[in-house]
Ligand binder design. Structure first.
Ligand code: GFB
Length: 309
């Protein structure tokens, strides 16, 4: 890529896409293309075809997806499978047809088996059963990886896929039912502090282990991979260490300054017991994360708009 390259960021209003846009702009890239979901419905094959034919981007970051936390994944199962399959199939196929030079597809750590050996190596893909709560989303993401892989095999397309661990950062979703754990906890502890509540309910047992990466670190990794990685093998993008949901809740509680109790609601699903990525493939190429979890949570808490909570 050079600073005049025409780059399409699919999903530029989401947490990941907007972080990639900020990174590209900071690097001096000026020829960025994007569309809101109202302007371009990525599940609509003919609309995506027309968009690629008229815009002819040279590079594509495919960060558009139907996403959510454990509850959203579990409830909107059909939508998570259908919408993600359609978005990926349309964007990846039209990128190939329009002769896009390079495409980066973003997957998710939930593509790996529920009981994969830890830390999870890229080679554990398709070696075991998936976590049921997010199986539809994972199957769609696996299909996206395989589209990149097979278009490389069959057509020589330089399409790569990166698997981020659990993410947080600017422009996250704070909906209490549909969000991921970190934004949900930030909101719950903040509201409890403001309302003078005595306790905050944390879903599940608190024992699952999760790894968290700030989305600005992910955006750095995506930029790095677009510049330096052209291999058919998918590549993990993790932080390097994990903590339990209970420890995470204690950390968020301290950052927010809530003084009440934590209550665990074990009727809510825990999901995968442990999900730490082996990111050595990427680390060996020279990338590493810069934002420590505590600093990341503090900066998110300070900057998020809490007015609607
Ligand atoms: O972040 P999260 O929704 O997704 O939940 P996953 C992580 C853990 O936090 C689970 C617990 O064990 C939840 O039960 N948790 C505790 C909470 N309190 C809350 C809360 O208030 N809200 C939420 N959301 N969780 C997702 C996948 O799995 O990870 C997606 O469903 C995607 O497909 C994403 O891969 C990265 O880490 O369990």
């Amino acid at each position: 890529m050079n600073t005049n390259s025409k780059i399409y960021i699919a999903g530029h209003q989401g947490m990941v896409g907007s972080a990639i846009v900020r990174k590209l702009q900071n690097e001096g890239y000026t020829n960025l293309v994007y569309r809101t979901s109202k302007e371009l419905d990525l599940t609509d094959q003919s609309a995506v075809k027309a968009f690629f034919e008229s815009e002819r981007p040279e590079y594509v970051f495919l960060a558009a997806a139907k996403v959510g936390g454990i509850n959203a994944n579990n409830i909107y199962r059909g939508q998570f499978l259908y919408e993600n399959l359609m978005i990926e199939a349309n964007v990846i196929h039209q990128a190939y047809t329009a002769g896009v030079e390079k495409l980066l597809f973003l997957g998710s750590s939930c593509i790996y088996p529920k009981f994969a050996d830890q830390p999870i190596h890229e080679d554990s893909l398709l070696t075991g059963a998936l976590e049921p709560t997010n199986e539809p989303y994972a199957i769609a993401k696996i299909a996206g990886i395989k589209l990149c892989e097979t278009y490389r095999d069959q057509y020589g397309s330089d399409f790569i896929s990166a698997m981020p661990t659990n993410l947080y950062g600017l422009n996250d979703n704070y909906d209490l039912n549909n969000s991921h754990v970190l934004p949900a906890l930030i909101r719950k502890f903040h509201s409890a502090k403001i309302n003078g509540d005595k306790e905050v309910v944390v879903w599940g047992t608190g024992s699952p282990l999760r790894e968290f990466l700030h989305v600005d670190d992910l955006a750095e990794a995506c930029f790095f991979l677009m510049e330096n990685y052209s291999d058919g093998q998918t590549i993990n993008v993790g932080f390097g260490s994990d903590l339990s949901i209970k420890e995470l809740a204690e950390t968020v509680k301290a950052v927010v300054g809530f003084e009440g109790k934590l209550v665990f609601d074990a009727s809510k699903p825990d999901g995968t017991p442990k999900k730490l990525m082996d990111s050595s493939r990427l680390r060996k190429l020279g990338w590493k994360p810069k934002i420590d979890l505590l600093d990341g949570i503090r900066s998110v808490y300070d900057s998020v708009d809490k007015s609607g909570w």
